[in-house]
Write a protein that binds this ligand. Structure first.
Ligand code: IDP
Ligand code: MG
Length: 182
């Protein structure tokens, strides 16, 4: 029953114009969000460990790749910070190594990923959050995560071509959610 149910809802919708939403015709809370594993993660050889945190939570990886960021993409991505005194240092820190860009999906994925990412400053982030467990820095804080549905749409389009985000179909859905949840 659960598998048939999920096949039904995933077959229903064309999502070409909504990159933050995986195929599910009925539940508007099924979301996609952007995560970047920052150069601090790459330099400290924590890529596998941080990906594992998201996987163990039950978020599905619908897209993933390494990318070298440049001035242009960072000035767009951090447009709300370009006038801050720390912006040059933030930009330099984000270009030190390639980043790992990920498209994560799940029910309420945007809020869930922000919640498990934790407060911006790693020294103030709660233990149990990724930033709280893995960093001491306000800037070199391991991951970026989209902070709203609007940001998730814009950021996924900025970092991924449509064909780089995969339809995972029913993969694991019957284990991750009750039939009336997803
Ligand atoms: P967020 O990553 O928790 O959403 P934002 O305020 O959007 O936080 O800032 C984006 C990134 O800019 C942060 O993750 C951090 O790397 C950097 N940043 C934010 N505030 C500061 C600061 O006061 N000093 C240095 N870097 C900062
Ligand atoms: Mg932010």
């Amino acid at each position: 029953m659960p598998v048939c149910h999920f096949i039904g809802i995933f077959a229903a919708e064309n999502v070409e114009n909504a990159p933050q939403r995986p195929r599910n015709g009925t539940n508007s809370r099924m979301e996609r969000t952007l995560v970047l594993l920052k150069p601090s993660t790459v330099q400290r050889a924590l890529i596998g460990e941080i990906i594992s945190r998201f996987e163990k939570k039950g978020l599905r990886i619908a897209g993933m790749k390494m990318m070298q960021l440049n001035d242009q993409i960072l000035e767009e991505h951090y447009a709300h910070l370009v006038k801050k005194p720390f912006f040059p240092s933030l930009k330099a820190s984000m270009m030190k190594t390639p980043v790992v860009a990920m498209c994560l999906e799940g029910v309420d994925a945007i809020a869930v990923v922000r919640y498990i990412t934790g407060y911006t400053n790693g020294r103030k982030a709660d233990a149990g959050t990724i930033r709280g467990d893995y960093c001491m820095s306000n800037q070199q804080n391991i991951v970026h995560a989209s902070d709203s549905p609007e940001a998730a749409i814009a950021e996924l389009a900025r970092f991924f071509k449509p064909e780089e985000i995969y339809d995972l179909g029913t993969l694991n859905m019957d284990r991750l959610y009750a039939v009336d949840e997803a």
